[in-house]
Write a protein that binds this ligand. Structure first.
Ligand code: GDP
Ligand code: MN
Length: 380
């Protein structure tokens, strides 16, 4: 789960990482009031789950409360990489002498958390890695040994930071960021920029924070931070109904039972010249209600042009699945063409139930490949 900047900063503060004081606002009037309370110069920042807000005009300095109101007016409703700005973070403006970059993430190859630190902050880390890789200090932490302060010192020296006052603060921040990363079950904690003020104070000016979805049950207060509006309606429905759903970007909606079969169905659709729009995994059970829920989720995705139902019945009874399909069609009236391939337990009965139903948009195919070809054709 990705967090908004203001939520990430709240977690940073909880772990003692210095940030600037700020307020949340969702209207220009609230932005004005927030700026009034903070006093002086403020930054008005779009809260969207995407980077590059500065470049897109989503981060603006304001001279006072009235200016903040005007800047809020300009930023609210802005479309940044497909994300519409509905909320703002109003923060006391910082003076910036230097912009650094600090992050901790998982290196899946090394199977260890990886710190990255560079004095070339304020720009995309990918750009730093490409153009000036020698400026990017990297350091792995062995999760069994845990974090040791000497590692932070090595990281800070590696980045070429020689000022003892900065070193001292960074040592503290790196340790706290590691505690934050582990303590929240994060997959990414990124501070870009991590600034040094003209007075020499080091502070997090931005936050990019991803928490492991599978660990959210341990952190109900973080799970509550999820913004339901940031999730497409079919993904929200899938979560509520407990359906395993993954969004892709093609046009054939896919429903299968079991991860292996679903993965091969994606391949078969691709080799038949189509592209999967999404997929649902019914799992081993595949009772009628499960089918209804999954079909409802898949057909709510506006990119879907046809649906391919690929079921192999081992534990799953395919006649049960066939009844589920008919129930779903009665309950939610799906217009999309649905191609069905049923095989395995009670497959003959399953196919007969579908054939006898007289539903015009149902197409029963005997094999997986033929079904895929049909579904791709019907999506055109
Ligand atoms: P991003 O573009 O989405 O990464 O948003 P950031 O929060 O990183 O802000 C973008 C840029 O705006 C930063 O790199 C800074 O240069 C600038 N900025 C943000 N906050 C302040 C601030 O308090 N004072 C000043 N002077 N600049 C700021
Ligand atoms: Mn940033």
């Amino acid at each position: 789960m990705d967090l908004y900047e203001y939520q990430g900063k709240e977690l940073f503060r909880r772990f003692g990482i210095p940030t600037s004081e700020g307020r949340l606002a969702s209207t220009p009037a609230e932005a004005q009031a927030a700026a009034e309370e903070l006093g002086g110069q403020v930054v008005v920042k779009a809260q969207v789950l995407t980077g590059g807000r500065g470049k897109a005009g989503g981060v603006k300095l304001a001279e006072g409360a009235d200016d903040a109101e005007q800047k809020a007016n300009e930023i609210l409703g802005l479309d940044i990489n497909g994300h519409v700005v509905r909320r703002l973070w109003i923060e006391r403006a910082s003076e910036i002498a230097k912009e650094y970059y600090l992050s901790v993430t998982f290196d899946r190859v090394e199977k260890k958390p990886l710190f990255m630190l560079t004095t070339k902050g304020g720009i995309e880390i990918e750009q730093v890695a490409e153009e000036t890789p020698e400026k990017l200090a990297r350091l792995h932490v062995d999760p069994l040994e845990g974090y040791q302060p000497y590692q932070a010192r090595r990281l800070i020296y590696g980045a070429g930071i020689a000022d003892p006052n900065e070193q001292k603060q960074l040592l503290d921040i790196v340790g706290k960021l590691y505690a934050c990363f582990v303590g929240t079950d994060a997959m990414l904690c990124e501070i870009n920029p991590l600034i040094v003020t003209p007075e020499g104070e080091v502070r997090a000016l931005d936050s990019k924070f991803t928490v492991d979805d599978n660990a959210l049950y341990k952190h109900p207060e973080i799970a509550e931070m999820r913004d339901p509006e940031s999730v497409p309606p079919e993904e929200r429905a899938a979560r509520e109904k407990g359906v395993t759903y993954v969004k892709l970007d093609g046009e054939v909606g896919i429903l299968g039972n079991g991860a292996g079969l679903v993965m091969s169905t994606l391949d078969v659709i691709t080799s038949a010249g189509g592209r999967p729009a999404n997929f649902c995994d019914l799992g081993g059970g595949g009772d009628a209600q499960g089918v209804v829920d999954a079909l409802e989720v898949i057909s709510a995705d506006p990119q879907v042009r046809s649906i391919y139902f690929n079921i192999f019945g081992g534990i799953t009874r395919t006649d049960e699945v066939a009844r589920g399909i008919l129930t779903a069609l009665e309950q939610i009236g799906i217009e999309h063409p649905i191609v069905v391939r049923l095989d395995g337990t009670n497959a003959e009965e399953g196919r007969r139930i579908l054939a006898d139903s007289g539903q015009g948009n149902l197409h029963v195919e005997p094999t997986m490949l033929e079904g895929a070809k049909r579904a791709v054709e019907l999506a055109k």
